[in-house]
Design a protein around this ligand. Structure first.
Ligand SMILES: C[S@@+](CC[C@H](N)C(=O)[O-])C[C@H]1O[C@@H](n2cnc3c(N)ncnc32)[C@H](O)[C@@H]1O
Length: 742
């Protein structure tokens, strides 16, 4: 990531600091009427210069320029239909004002520029020119072209240093754009100008032309005009034909709900309906309504039993239904599929869980059945997952939110926000489930997702509030994280939303664990869980220091954790935690010194760290921690285990591996050396890759020491963890024979 160089600084790409200063000026001048301080020619020149700058930047293929997206102070989207608003000229606008009850129209006089925002110049009928800034990203190939007409409902105006002022639109539903490059729009404008009536037949032909050119949105518009023609309405046959065509155009432009409705409206009771049912079946498949999809495809096959395409689709639906009903997935295939495409074509399995109210954390996810340890509780496709897997390096797209001072770390996070806004705008049918998610303290108006002027109202600030509370980081394939020498790129993460999983509350000592295969999340039970039990997982790995942990959960998710571990640790005075944390820091510094620059660690070093660790152990209150994890001891014990492994001291490695398990809460007597048994307290311990790795080390160590039964005990526990941490048991044999673990 690189900041845009000074000579190429674009007056639209100010970054959060300058934006904040501008915001303060704007607020101080609230209500001042806008004045065009630059001539139209100057504004155009400045705009074209900005476009040139960004072209220059993009020509340098070696550098990725930083996109700094700011989310300004929240304001509500317009909920009023255009016909109830009063048109005002641009010259009537005032700074830092939401012009409630009004709307403006204008034409774009330049091409748009798209980077952190989409920016263009608009001119109204009285020739006032303004900079228009869209805070959301449009997914069209070209952002608003020149000669488009825009209508902006209840516009919001801000001060801008170089242009004087800008019109800022953050909610996509606040603006309607008649694109200058849309053939349907061009035609409408032409006919309006000529005051000419156009027949349904003409519109239909235009629609066919647009469809053939691949302009499906435009084709939909033309067919809609054709359908509104009274003559074609009277001719049932011709309107059914137009519905059929519009269904296809809708399917191609991924408006699946409309595609389904149009297909059904095109049915005529003849054999032609086979096609309509086929399209309805495909649309329902895309909407993930597999039962409905099956019904339509079966109808299509009844009318045309030799339709091989319909049969193939039906077979695909039957596999989805099997997955949905039983949770039986071909995981090996899914693992293979995610290598070429992370967005997998499979159904969700959620029948073992349900959302219910809790008495401490709003809603939660509960079991509907008794489940065994390791059992699949849920397998869910992501609601929104960008293909943007990155490592720990600074991101090239940063999202600053002025409302809560948050700053995203990874480009995936900004992309989730942008994609969600688009998704919710394009597919109103998904609004209900999404807006049901927790949005923290954001004050909703309760009308989110409502359709006004034919489009769903999208409140971009609400979308971001929901994203903040419900996003998870995910690798492409969790299984890779279990490899001992996992290549760095395989540990890269993206962030995403899973709808059902979002209802799961956090616990530092949870009862289920998640894993990822492409865009699917699996949730598995860590131990036997009776029906009606609340499921919990870890939002992030708990910080070893309870005081840091408390702070992190409060600031990121607004809650004070009351899990077993946190409740126990709260009984102890903070000063004890502080003292322990200080010693843990000292141990870490010492250990790092020993292992700095790839030095060979001696057993004397090991002894020194062990001595310090025993001191730390003594600082733990036995009455509180008898059956609780002692997280500050985890890292010293892992260090000792790895150091002993490297020094080929097998018995020490085994000893410290078992200590890692104890420190993670798996019990104080894990190994019964007399009866050659390994027993873990699955309900008390925290399952993660470190524990898995320790079990593997212990198993290998016991093998070397000739204690095969103890080795097998550790291996069997590691296998059980593998299924939870990888999401499935695919590759387990290879993994333990060393083939997968390169
Ligand atoms: C992803 S949502 C979980 C579902 C949420 N409880 C709901 O009703 O939609 C995250 C939010 O749930 C709440 N939450 C999660 N875990 C919690 C816990 N252990 N204690 C209290 N509140 C918790 C917090 O408000 C948090 O911001």
């Amino acid at each position: 990531m690189a900041p845009i160089p000074d000579q190429l600084i674009n007056t639209y790409e100010l970054g959060p600091d300058k934006e904040r200063v501008q915001h303060e000026v704007s607020v101080a001048r609230t209500g001042e009427k806008v004045i065009q301080i630059l001539s139209t020619e100057e504004l155009i020149q400045q705009h074209l210069q900005n476009i040139h700058h960004i072209d220059e930047c993009s020509r340098d293929s070696n550098t990725r320029w930083a996109k700094q997206i700011t989310i300004p102070n929240a304001y509500a989207p317009s909920m009023v239909p255009l016909e109830k608003l009063q048109q005002i000229p641009l010259s009537a606008l005032a700074l830092e004002t939401h012009h409630r009850g009004s709307f403006i129209t204008a034409s774009t006089i330049t091409p748009a520029y798209q980077f952190s925002t989409t920016t263009t110049l608009v001119q109204d009928a009285s020739n006032t020119v303004a900079v228009l800034v869209l805070g959301f990203q449009d997914d069209s190939v070209t952002p608003i072209p020149q000669n488009s007409t825009v209508a902006i409902k209840e516009p919001y105006v801000k001060y801008h240093e170089s242009a004087g002022w800008i019109i800022r639109v953050d909610h996509p539903s606040d603006i309607a754009v008649l694109r200058g490059d849309d053939p349907a729009v061009t035609m409408i404008m032409k006919f309006v100008k000529e005051k000419r009536d156009v027949s349904g037949e003409e519109w239909r032909k235009q629609g066919d032309g647009a469809f053939l050119e691949g302009k499906f949105g435009s084709a939909v518009e033309c067919y809609t005009q054709a359908l509104s023609d009274s003559l074609s309405k009277e001719n049932l046959h011709s309107s059914q034909d137009v519905y059929r065509k519009r269904a296809f155009a809708n399917l191609m432009s991924q408006r699946y709900q409309q595609a389904k409705e149009d297909s059904l409206a095109s049915c005529s009771g003849t054999d032609l309906d086979a096609k309509a049912y086929f399209t309805a079946g495909k649309a329902c498949y895309a909407l993930r309504s597999f039962v409905e999809s099956k019904t339509y495809l079966e109808k299509a096959l009844e009318l045309n039993p030799s339709d091989m395409k319909a049969r193939k689709e039906l077979n695909r639906v039957l596999i989805r239904l099997e997955e949905h009903n039983t949770g039986n997935y071909d995981f090996a295939r899914m693992i293979q599929e995610q290598e070429s495409n992370i967005w997998l074509d499979h159904a969700d399995f959620t029948s073992k869980v349900e959302v219910r109210p809790t008495n401490y954390a709003g809603r939660g996810l509960f079991t509907t059945k008794d489940v065994e340890g390791g059992e699949l509780l849920m397998c869910e496709k992501a609601f929104c997952l960008p293909n943007q897997y990155t490592g720990d390096e600074a991101s090239d797209t940063v999202l600053f939110n002025f409302n809560n001072g948050t700053r995203t770390q990874k480009s995936g996070q900004a992309l989730v926000f942008q994609n969600l806004v688009q998704q919710l705008y394009k597919n109103p049918e998904i609004s209900k489930v999404f807006y049901d998610l927790d949005s923290g303290s954001y004050v909703r108006n309760g009308d989110e997702g409502k359709v006004v002027d034919g489009v769903p109202v999208v409140d971009a600030f609400l979308v971001e509030s929901i994203r903040l509370k419900n996003c998870f980081s995910a690798p492409k394939l969790s299984r890779n994280l279990l490899k001992r020498n996992c290549p760095a790129h395989e540990t890269n993460l993206t962030t995403a939303i899973w709808h059902k999983a979002s209802y799961t509350n956090h616990s530092c000592v949870p009862n289920c664990g998640r894993a990822f295969i492409g865009d699917f999340m699996t949730l598995r039970a860590l131990h036997a869980i009776p029906a009606g039990t609340e499921l919990t997982h870890q939002y992030s790995a708990p910080d070893a220091s309870t005081l840091f942990r408390r702070e992190a959960y409060l600031s990121n998710w607004d809650f004070d954790c009351t899990c077993r571990l946190c409740a126990g640790e709260k009984k102890i005075p903070d000063e004890n935690h502080v003292k322990r944390t200080e010693l843990a820091k000292k141990i870490k510094a010492e250990a790092m010194k020993f292992s700095a620059n790839g030095r060979t660690i001696s057993m004397t070093n090991v002894k020194a760290i062990e001595k310090m660790m025993r001191k730390l152990e003594d600082m733990y209150e036995p009455s509180i921690y008898a059956s609780l994890p002692r997280l500050l001891l985890v890292h010293p014990s892992i260090w000792l285990m790895e150091a002993s492994r490297k020094a080929n001291n097998t018995s020490k490695m085994v000893k410290f591996a078992i200590e890692v398990l104890k420190n993670f809460g798996f019990g104080s007597k894990i190994v019964d050396a007399v009866n050659e048994k390994v027993e873990l307290d699955w309900e008390g311990g925290i399952v993660n890759t470190e524990v898995f790795n320790s079990l593997r080390n212990a198993a290998e160590g016991y093998d070397e020491l000739g204690r095969s039964e103890l080795a097998e005990g550790c291996r069997s526990a590691a296998r059980r963890m593998y299924v939870v941490l990888a999401g499935c048991d695919v590759g387990i044999e290879k993994f333990f024979s060393g083939n997968l673990d390169n």
